[in-house]
Design a protein around this ligand. Structure first.
Ligand SMILES: [Zn+2]
Length: 307
């Protein structure tokens, strides 16, 4: 099925300018998962890995939409939930969408068709699709977003997790034992490399067309601090921990100042830095809820284009 046909058959019309890169949805299997797993069991597995108390106070991770006593027909795993992602879930026969970024973040005062979020909510509800988001709890969890970035880089998290902003009052996992917030990880590359080779490696591994960096650092890079998404708040901590380089998704202009030859800053884009988070969801679900069909979403949701 070509992309044009797919658009006509599945999407029907252009709803939004947010996503302007239609992708082909490959052969989907409408058959139900070979399991009687309920959505609640998937939610439990995800929260066991990344307990909700690990999320930041301003966040809204967890169940967003839907009823959790329904059996899972399939899970579509993504970074952002948009109308086209819901369309993809429908096309693939999935009644569960698991995202990193919450669909409901600032709250809704109406549910009409006034904006993309409201239309997405309406479409999910109308099609009995449950939406779960694992956001800063997954950022802060051991084995979470930053560990996946390290894995993609071929770097090994070094020593004990870094936890400079632990909030003990909020940290209790489901089992009752304390959980630790890990807002960034320090990881070691297998071999030291110069800054030009390091930046080239990062760009290649994350499909980055253009990285925002400070001047090339004149020392070998071995220890890398990683904070996916908007991570510039961790830069000083990364320097204090002796990192040679700092990878994040986005960073304010003024934060770049004053760090020449101190640390190699490498900003690769928010979407690019967190794009592999869906693989974590897949690994958790396949391990804890075997039999549930999982799909990494093919819909491109990055709203930022490079020209
Ligand atoms: Zn993010």
């Amino acid at each position: 099925m070509c992309e044009k046909q797919h658009e006509l058959l599945i999407f029907g019309k252009n709803w939004t300018t947010v996503i302007d890169v239609p992708r082909k949805i490959s052969n989907f299997a409408p058959a139900l998962s070979n399991t009687s797993v309920k959505i609640q069991q998937v939610l439990n597995a995800l929260e066991q890995f990344a307990p909700l108390p690990l999320q930041e106070s301003w966040d809204n991770a967890g169940l967003q939409i839907g009823l959790t006593e329904t059996e899972v027909s399939g899970a579509l795993l993504c970074l952002d939930v948009t109308e086209k992602v819901i369309d993809e879930a429908i096309a693939k026969g999935c009644n569960l969408v698991v995202s990193h970024h919450p669909l409901l973040f600032r709250g809704l005062k109406q549910v009409s068709d006034a904006n993309d979020v409201q239309r997405t909510v309406r479409k999910a509800i109308k099609n009995d699709i449950c939406v779960i988001s694992m956001h800063t709890n997954m950022d802060n969890a051991k084995g979470g977003v930053n560990y996946k970035i390290a894995e993609k880089l071929g770097a090994v998290p070094a020593g004990e997790p870094q936890a400079p902003h632990t909030a003990p009052s909020a940290n209790t996992v489901l089992s009752g034992s304390p959980a630790e917030k890990i807002p960034f990880v320090l990881a070691e590359l297998p071999d030291a490399m110069d800054s030009r080779a390091f930046i080239a490696l990062v760009k290649e591994r994350f499909g980055v067309k253009c990285a925002h960096c400070n001047k090339l650092i004149h020392r070998p890079i071995r220890k890398v601090a990683i904070c996916g998404g908007a991570g510039d708040f961790m830069l000083d901590e990364a320097i204090a921990k002796g990192a040679d380089a700092f990878i994040t998704g986005e960073m304010h202009y003024h934060v770049f100042f004053g760090h020449e030859q101190e640390i190699q800053i490498c900003v690769i884009g928010h979407y690019e830095s967190e794009q592999f988070t869906s693989e974590i969801f897949q690994e958790i679900i396949q391990k804890e809820c075997p039999g549930v069909r999982c799909f990494i979403a093919e819909t491109m949701t990055n709203p930022i284009c490079y020209y």
